[in-house]
Design a protein around this ligand. Structure first.
Ligand code: OOG
Ligand code: NI
Length: 476
């Protein structure tokens, strides 16, 4: 038998193919997104020129070549079956559902997860994630409209027959060959493509849009068009300033924590969704807006304790957010976040952030010097310079930030779901300590499995890196 035929490519490789194909498609579909990528590349280059130490660090970590490559995108799904199938699609790309985000509490009628790689090596290769939301039709109060929306969703299949067959092949074989992987990517792109024609007439669209713009966005089209992609910027404040200069209507505020010496979690901003021409089922021409571009800057993953402090400080800041422009908002955040230590060693000692441990070159030289009984403790090893600790990067999302990004694309009058409290401060962090809510249980039923708790992942990585370093130190 020809072994070539049974050699499967890695899911990391397929994710790489997929994310670059998706980027090319989105740049062609949304020209302003191509402009955003240019802006990000310029800002990143200028930042590297100003900060040679940062450039050196990125080079050492092998991050320079991938710097301007997309970090995430987002879609919105309509049914449980779509979410379940999407889980199988993303498994082909080495992406699993991590975290649960209930956005209904912020007046956005969806709940979400992030499909992403979980292994450190896979994240290093290509961290591409898709923030995936499921519409909550039960939050439409008008029963007739709810039934019409459900009927419309029941009629569509967002996956091509060939894609379904390839996913079955993957599940059965445990992998795809290179030609199958390439075909998979082409077929998968069909799911994420834009549709300039709606499946409903203009009046129905307007009615659904009135109920909530997101309902219209999900229900009226034949697929869950990718609604944004997000590259990594090294200076989000500079990028925010430059967006208008390049003709983009920037979101009013940067979401997340303020600029810090030791960055934490995730900072995000975007240009607002463009208005696009749509042909409706009755031949009438109208408009719809869904697609935007976003940028992100990531910092340290916080422990549950660090996250609770972040949430408390953000809640305090959000008590008066509405009246502030971005410059004033960042000043306000900086003042409030002075209560959150900006010293790396303190973050670690106080158990506020997760860290990756590694033997230093002195530690390598000291291998075999200790027995298990004489091994110094962690603080001593760090102090003696045998061990180093670097913050683990936050790989997930923030519910309040996500709600802010949703809201900024919903038009001027910011509608919210009547049955849910539109109080952003009420969004609870997902910390894996509490019992899953009813809505999370429903979401996981649709998904076909439980979501992975992000805090557990970071804790595991931290523990493993330390155990590995100690193992090495003990071995000559
Ligand atoms: C997703 C909005 C949230 C993020 O990065 O938190 C988001 C959407 O609009 O579908 O993109
Ligand atoms: Ni996003």
């Amino acid at each position: 038998m020809n072994t070539q035929l049974t050699a499967y490519v890695t899911t990391d490789h397929i994710r790489d193919l997929f994310s670059s194909a998706m980027s090319a498609m989105y740049q062609a579909e949304v020209p302003q997104y191509a402009t955003l990528l240019k802006l990000v590349a310029e800002v990143n280059q200028a930042t590297l020129a100003k900060q040679p130490a940062l450039a050196e660090q990125l080079k050492m970590n092998g991050e320079l070549a991938r710097l301007n490559v997309e970090r995430h995108g987002a879609i919105r799904l309509g049914t449980a079956a779509e979410l379940g199938m999407m889980r199988r699609l993303f498994a082909v790309l080495g992406m699993q559902a991590v975290g649960y985000y209930d956005l209904a509490v912020a007046g956005v009628p969806v709940h979400s997860t992030a499909f992403r790689p979980t292994e450190p090596s896979a994240l290093a290769r290509n961290p591409f994630r898709i923030f995936t939301s499921l519409l909550r039709l039960e939050l439409i109060e008008n029963l007739a409209l709810r039934e019409q929306a459900a009927a419309n969703l029941a009629k569509r299949d967002i996956f091509t027959p060939r894609l379904r067959a390839l996913i079955r092949d993957f599940d059965r074989q445990g992998g795809l060959t290179e030609p199958q992987a390439r075909e998979f990517v082409i077929e998968a792109l069909e799911t994420f493509r834009w549709h300039a024609t709606a499946t409903v007439d203009l009046a129905t669209y307007q009615e659904l849009h009135q109920a909530h713009p997101l309902i219209a966005d999900v229900v009226c089209f034949n697929g869950p068009h990718i609604n944004h992609l997000t590259p990594r910027t090294l200076d989000i404040d500079e990028a925010q300033l430059r967006m208008p200069q390049m003709g983009m209507v920037a979101k009013a505020l940067i979401e997340g924590p303020p600029q810090r010496h030791c960055p934490i979690l995730l900072r995000q901003t975007s240009f607002k969704a463009q208005v696009e021409s749509i042909v409706f089922a009755d031949g009438q021409v109208g408009a719809h807006s869904a697609r935007f571009g976003e940028i992100e800057q990531r910092g340290a993953a916080l422990t549950a304790k660090g996250r609770a402090l972040y949430d408390a400080l953000l809640t305090k800041a959000d008590e008066s957010k509405a009246e502030l422009d971005n410059v004033a908002r960042q000043r306000q955040l900086a003042a409030i976040f002075s209560a959150f230590t900006d010293d790396e060693a303190t973050l670690r000692r106080q158990g506020l952030a997760f860290f990756h441990y590694q033997l230093t070159s002195a530690g390598e030289a000291a291998r075999g010097r200790y027995l298990a009984e004489t091994l110094p403790d962690k603080e001593q090893l760090l102090e003696q310079g045998l061990l180093s600790a670097a913050p683990l990067t936050y790989e997930d999302f923030l519910p309040v930030s996500a709600a802010g990004i949703f809201q900024s694309n919903l038009g001027a009058n910011k509608p919210s779901v009547p049955t849910a409290k539109a109080d952003i401060a009420q969004i609870m962090p997902f910390n894996g300590q509490e019992e899953p809510s009813n809505s999370q249980i429903q979401f996981e039923q649709a998904l076909g499995c439980a979501v992975i708790d992000p805090f557990t992942l970071y804790a595991q990585q931290e523990r493993q890196s330390y155990a590995q370093a100690m193992q090495l130190l003990l071995k000559a």
